[in-house]
Design a protein around this ligand. Sequence first.
Ligand code: APR
Length: 393
Amino acid sequence: RRVEVAVAGAGPAGLVLANVLRRAGIEVAVWERFSAAHLERRARAGLLEHRIAGYLRAQGLATGLDARGSRHGWCEFACLGRLVRVDYRALTGGAGHWVYPQQELVGDLLAELARAGGPARLESPVLGVGRDGTGRPVLRVAEGGAERTYGCEYLVGCDGAHGIVAECFPPQARRVVRRRYPYDWLTVLAEVSRPVEGVRYALHESGFAGMMPRAGTVGRLYLQVPPEDDPARWPAERVQAELAARLRPAPGDPRVLRLLETGVVRLHARVRGRLRHGRVFLAGDAAHLLTPSGAKGLNLAVADAADLADALIRALRRGDPSALDGYEARRLRETWRMQEFSDRLLGLLHLPREAAEPAEREFGLRLRLAHLRGLAEPGPRAVDFARDYAGAG
Ligand code: APR
């Protein structure tokens, strides 16, 4: 069995890639280990940058986003009792975000792919990757209870942070650079009293807290906890009290009513040194992992897919591999731009661990408040931050 392009993983990266290739008449197949029900339930990211929403729309992949997504264009920072609002949509001349939960986007993309005649092969994990005598990739998959082998012209690993495609690279091409940040966050999905209209970041002596919009009266909340803290020490009442103390909701602001899901993320970031080995490419979380700060992971995953789709179409339909040859360099450059922004925002949102005494913590907060005020006033510093935040290039 053969296909032109084989894709491992039906997350946003794999599904955008497959949909765009299919629309260009390329024979593409996507294998995914989970079921549709699982993918459509799994709550993850939810902020799409203006340029990414524009790309999806141009590809005819934004029907759900346009029907159910909402626009969003400012964020607020709470610090030392002050609220500083950054109206980044105005500062960038219109580049806001779309709020649309990742799992709904995945559901739409699965439906579009099925409509285009090449449904994703769900509950069909990729088991291993090899090469045939001509150097073309061969993959082994478990499909419908049987093990099968497929050959392809190109294989793309969109199989996320724990994917197996990258593992087929030779050891020297498997190098990863990484950072473990000294910050841990409780992540909470919660029912809130009214829709969250903008992102709120709280810089607080007890640690960072954040509130992001998701869908309707569901919000995503973050709470910095001591490193390696046991989540069992954070029962719902303690989480709610701490969120209220740090986020300082004013009358009329959304309040947390009920916790729906809690987890913990030990913040870390990483980037692979090589995103290509021969005819095998990596895109999305399989290539790089960002912290949730700045909401860049989903956007970068779709941007990788968009770039690679275009390059593969040129190679397969026009016999021009030059765009494929530049893929790795282009994506790494963009990835490091995003990592740098995400790192900068993390540094702003957290006090250094060394700042243990109250006077030092207040010093850190006062510095940050001065910086934040600069981001809110029209001027080059504010415009630069707004452009980075909105992904306006
Ligand atoms: N075979 C088939 N599918 C696999 C395999 C395998 N061996 N291993 C992993 N997968 C699937 C996973 O089940 C998952 O559905 O690959 C998919 C990867 O999807 P995502 O993790 O959503 O990755 P990506 O498409 O790159 O999107 C990145 O996800 O974590 C968020 O913030 C991140 O929003 C960003 C987005």
